[in-house]
Design a protein around this ligand. Sequence first.
Ligand code: DC
Length: 225
Amino acid sequence: MNKLIIAIDGLASTGKSTQAKRLAKTLNYIYVDSGAMYRAVTLFGLKQQPEGRLDLGVLTQSLDQIKIHFEGGAEAQQTFLNGENVTSALRDPKINEYVSEVAALEAVRSFLGEQQKRMGTDKGVVMDGRDIGTVIFPQADCKFFLTASAEVRAQRRHQEQLEAGHEESFEEVFANVVARDQQDSSRTVAPLEKAHDAVEIDVSEMTLDEVFDLLYVTVLKKLKS
Ligand code: DC
């Protein structure tokens, strides 16, 4: 059976990764969390400077020192930064605070974009992010764009943060979600936008299973076409 490239883009905390992982597992495809790559570069930048400051100029000059790889397959994917498993560190609120600034840097986008494009060479990949269907794989076979209200997304992220042991108030999380939408949509390089040929799904009132079924049916149709 022919293999597809599946791009899942959309707003923060709409469950893109959850859906992308399940789709990759079901189809036996590679799963790539492109947001984790931006987070890993941000973590590298924060580690470079004393007291967790971030010097974007220094970071831009040091991109060749950054090696990111994934292990564990779609289900239990772990992200490694220069050989160290940083999966849980990437969810730290400090990363959320700085990642949009890092993701707005052209040098960072082309550094990570090259790697992401290479991961699609053999097809059979599900990649989630913000610019996968527009910039990384404009030729993707299936493109989805997930949205939800800011309240629903902040509730989800707040719950995730609590489960990960990060104490933040709902108000802080909500403010961060809104600020990141604004930054991600208004940046000049690869802004968050729906590809003209992407299927848009508002997940605010849908269960995870309902969203998955919609994605999967669309993919099956494509496979049979
Ligand atoms: O999906 P996420 O929350 O882990 O993404 C982290 C940040 O990286 C978010 O602010 C948007 C940015 N990002 C991006 O600009 N392009 C991508 N392809 C993926 C993520």
